[in-house]
Write a protein that binds this ligand. Structure first.
Ligand code: SF4
Ligand code: SF4
Length: 454
C-alpha cells in the first residue's frame, strides 16, 4: 500500500475568493410567518418529534427528543402553533420528520431558556448537547461528541478554524470583526472544561482586519482566570484552498499529521469552527439554544448580497425575498460554498443549523460543463491536498470497484473539490469519488453482515 501523508499548502489551489460581502455586518431578519424545522440536522441520528399539530411552542422549546447518544435536540425558532409534523425528504436524499410552526407574531421566549449551571466537564458537555449544537462550519458533527474523544486520547490543543477558505462566505470574518471577544471567550470556556492546554486560532491573510480584531481580543483575554497554561495564539496563514479542511489546518498550524483513517484526536487536537465557539460563549450567558443562523447570501442572481441572521427552518425563498429578492430567475442554489456546498433542488428548503451560505446563481453561472475524456495531464493529482490520485479514483468509482477504491485510499478524500476545479476535461471527479466512498461503506457493511451471519 502507498504511504500517505499531507502536503498542506504545496498542494493548494487559488480559486477567485469572491468575498463580495466582506465587512458587511450580519443583519438579523425577523418577521417570518412560518418555519419548517427538520428534526435531523446533524451527523448521526437526529430526533423524534415530541410536539403534535395544534401545540403551542415558544422560542427555545424543544421539538424533538434525541434518538441516541450522538443526537442533539432541535428547538423552536419562532413562537406559534405547530401546524404539522410530517416526514419529508432531506436535501441529501434521506428522510426526516419536519415540524412546521405558524408564527403568532409574538416572539415569546420559552421559560425553559435560562443560563446553564456548568461546574465540571460532564455538565459542560451536557449543556453543549442540550443547546442543540453541531459544528457550525458546515460539517454538522455533534459538538458534545467531538469535545469528548474516546478514552486514551489526550488532547493538548484546541484549533479554532477561522480560515473560511471557501469562496463567497464571510460570516466568520464578520464575527471576528464584531464578536471576537465572544469567540475567544468560547474557546477559553471550552479549553477550561475540556482540560486543553493550548488554543490556536487559524485565519487566512486575506482577512487582515479580522485577524487584527482576533489578536486584540486574545490580548484582552490574557488576564482571564480561564487563560490556558499553554497560551492562546492567532496564526495568520497564506490564503489558499483548502486551508480550512481540518487535517490540512492541523498540519499547517502545528505540523502534526493525522494518520490515514484517523481523527484529529489521534494527534492530540480538537478542531472547532469559530462560529461554534462564539455560540458556546453566548449560550453560557443566556441559555438560548441554537435557533438562528448567520449566513452569507450571495451569487449572480441575488439583488442585495449580504450577511444575515435568520431563524433555523425559515425557507430559502423567504430569506431571499426578505433580503432584497433576486434580479433574475435563480437557476442554481447552493447551500454552503461553491467548492464543498450542496445544490438545492427546491427553493422552499429550510435553512439548517450548519448552513453558512446560500448562493443563488443565474442561468449563465449555473451551466454544468460537459465532461470530456481524461487527458492524463496529472493536474488533479498535483492539486490534491491528500496526495490521492483523483483520476484513478474516478475510474474505479465509475467501474463500481470498491476493492480498488480502498487500495487507492478513497476514504482519505476530504471532498474538497480541488481536483474537479483544476480538471481541464471538466470531469465530475469529486462527485464520482463521493459515490466511491459510499460504495466502500456499503461493501464494508455487507461484509460485516455476512460475518455476523456465518
Ligand atoms: S476532492 Fe478528494 S480527491 Fe479531489 S482533491 Fe480533494 S481530497 Fe483530493
Ligand atoms: S485533471 Fe482531469 S484530465 Fe487531467 S488527469 Fe486529472 S482527470 Fe484527467
Amino acid at each position: 500500500m502507498m504511504k500517505m501523508n499531507l502536503l498542506g499548502l504545496s498542494r493548494a489551489i487559488h480559486p477567485k475568493d469572491n468575498k463580495n460581502t466582506s465587512g458587511m455586518e450580519i443583519k438579523p431578519i425577523s418577521g417570518f410567518s412560518i418555519v419548517t424545522i427538520p428534526l435531523d440536522m446533524q451527523v448521526g441520528p437526529g430526533c423524534e418529534a415530541i410536539v403534535a399539530k395544534g401545540d403551542h411552542v415558544d422560542i427555545g422549546d424543544p421539538l424533538g427528543k434525541p434518538l441516541g447518544p450522538w443526537s442533539v435536540p432541535v428547538h423552536a425558532s419562532i413562537s406559534g402553533t405547530v401546524e404539522s409534523v410530517s416526514v419529508q425528504i432531506l436535501s441529501d436524499g434521506g428522510f426526516a420528520e419536519y415540524v412546521t410552526i405558524i408564527s403568532d407574531d409574538k416572539q415569546t421566549v420559552s421559560p425553559l431558556v435560562r443560563p446553564p449551571d456548568v461546574h465540571d466537564k460532564q455538565s459542560f458537555l451536557e449543556t453543549v448537547r442540550a443547546s442543540g449544537l453541531v459544528g457550525l462550519g458546515g460539517a454538522a458533527f455533534p459538538t458534545h461528541i467531538k469535545l469528548n474523544p474516546p478514552p486514551g486520547k489526550t488532547i493538548d490543543t484546541l484549533v479554532v478554524n477561522a480560515a473560511e477558505c471557501e469562496p463567497y462566505i464571510t460570516v466568520d470574518q464578520q464575527v471576528c470583526l464584531t464578536g471576537a471577544d465572544d469567540a475567544v471567550e468560547g474557546a477559553l470556556i471550552t479549553a477550561k472544561w475540556c482540560e486543553i492546554d493550548t488554543v490556536i486560532f487559524g485565519i487566512e491573510d486575506n482577512k487582515k482586519e479580522a485577524a487584527r480584531a482576533l489578536k486584540k481580543a486574545v490580548e484582552r483575554a490574557r488576564q482571564s482566570a480561564m487563560w490556558p497554561s499553554g497560551g492562546v495564539s492567532v496564526k495568520v496563514l497564506p490564503t489558499a484552498y483548502p486551508t480550512g479542511a481540518e487535517k490540512v489546518l492541523i498540519r499547517l498550524l502545528n505540523g502534526r499529521i493525522v494518520p490515514e483513517g484517523g481523527l484529529p484526536a489521534d494527534v492530540g487536537v480538537i478542531v472547532q469552527n469559530l462560529m461554534t465557539l462564539h455560540f458556546i460563549a453566548s449560550h453560557m450567558k443566556t441559555g438560548m439554544p441554537l435557533i438562528k443562523k448567520a449566513i452569507t447570501l450571495d451569487g449572480s442572481a441575488v439583488n442585495s448580497p449580504g450577511n444575515f441572521e435568520v431563524p433555523i427552518g425559515s425557507s430559502i425563498e423567504d430569506v431571499i425575498e426578505k433580503a432584497g429578492g433576486t434580479k433574475t430567475a435563480p437557476f442554481k442554489i447552493i447551500m454552503g460554498g461553491p467548492m464543498m456546498g450542496v445544490s438545492v433542488d427546491d427553493i422552499s428548503r429550510p435553512i439548517l443549523k450548519h448552513n453558512n451560505a446560500i448562493l443563488v446563481f443565474d442561468d449563465k453561472d449555473a451551466v454544468l460543463p460537459e465532461e470530456s475524456a481524461c487527458i492524463l495531464c496529472g493536474r488533479c493529482q498535483r492539486a490534491c491536498p491528500m496526495q490521492l490520485m483523483p483520476s484513478a479514483l474516478d475510474k474505479a468509482a465509475r467501474a463500481h470497484n470498491p476493492n480498488e477504491l480502498t487500495q487507492l485510499h478513497v476514504m482519505n478524500c476530504i471532498e474538497c473539490g480541488s481536483c474537479t476545479y483544476v480538471c481541464p476535461a471538466k470531469r465530475y471527479l469529486v462527485q464520482n469519488i463521493r459515490n466511491g466512498k459510499a460504495m466502500v461503506r456499503a461493501a464494508a457493511a455487507a461484509s460485516r453482515e455476512k460475518g455476523e451471519k456465518s
